[in-house]
Design a binder for this molecule. Structure first.
Ligand SMILES: [Zn+2]
Length: 280
């Protein structure tokens, strides 16, 4: 392959951050911490291994996802509980915050809403940082394990990938038919999953999650949330994730409600202000 004479000079140009986020609206973490201090548990859902289940958290409540029994990663979908067309937008959350989310960062919703759905207020794996392979936890770069890719690559019919688990959970929660529920399942936040891209080939990789029982990721619900979490058939995702061969464990979702007075003056973020005229 021939290269232009100035190839090295072109490669040497310094990268520029696509979306400088110093103008992003900042979450009021002190307000959230004060509200959390007086909050009490209102519900919990235990997600069985290789299955998914739904949960609900009202705007202003907190939801915590905890590893129990053994290392396990979870695939998280969020919807506006009042309108399923507003759902988590993994790609834009990645563009705004980076490949992996942590404290103070947010799960943003789809167009035309584009507003924070949930803000991370607790992360016991915050210490992990970015390892020597470029891996980190809680990614928004993966999609979700699904039966179509397995069928494409190796011809399998496997029914407990996160995609199918999330479809069944949403169908059970809402009464939607499976085919209708499937249209609402979307790319996830990979809770506790340790992932990155290889430096030499740029391929998506995973490695054993550093999560241990007791670790948690906690969110403040910015709007009324319908969530679904799948305890991935990959378990800790140290080997594969589209079969029953990995050790898998349940995951716990707990919802906490603060004293309403603690959030006096706070309201859900408004939907995006773009006028949607698109130049016409
Ligand atoms: Zn999965």
């Amino acid at each position: 392959m021939t290269q232009p004479a100035d190839a090295d000079a072109r490669r040497a140009l310094r990268p520029v951050i696509c979306y400088p986020n110093d103008t992003l609206p900042r979450p009021d973490m002190a307000l959230y911490a004060a509200a959390r201090a007086g909050a009490s548990k209102v519900s919990e859902v235990l997600i069985p291994a290789r299955e998914a289940a739904c949960f609900r958290a009202d705007a202003g409540q907190f939801f915590r996802i905890t590893s129990v029994e053994g290392p396990q990663v979870g695939d998280l979908n969020l919807w506006n509980a009042r309108d399923l067309s507003e759902r988590f937008y993994s790609g834009k959350s990645r563009a705004l915050h980076g490949t992996h989310l942590t404290l103070g960062e947010r799960m943003w919703s789809s167009f035309p809403y584009l507003r924070p759905m949930a803000t991370i207020v607790g992360d016991t794996l915050d210490w992990y940082g970015i390892d020597e392979f470029g891996g980190s936890v809680h990614d928004v770069i993966g999609t979700r394990c699904d039966p179509y890719t397995g069928n494409l690559l190796v011809g399998t019919q496997y029914h407990h990938c996160c995609h199918s688990n999330l479809i069944r959970a949403l169908a059970d929660e809402t009464g939607l038919a499976l085919a209708e529920a499937e249209r609402h399942v979307h790319d996830v936040l990979n809770v506790f999953m340790c992932t990155g891209f290889t430096r030499d080939t740029g391929q998506y990789f995973m490695k054993a999650s550093p999560v241990r029982p007791g670790d948690y990721l906690e969110f403040f619900a910015e709007i009324d949330i319908l969530g679904a979490l799948s305890a991935c058939p990959g378990g800790d995702c140290s080997s594969e994730h589209s079969s029953d061969s990995a050790a898998c464990y349940p995951m716990l979702v707990e919802v906490f409600a603060p004293d309403p007075a603690a959030l006096a003056g706070w309201h859900s973020p408004l939907v995006n202000g773009y006028d949607q005229s698109h130049g016409r």
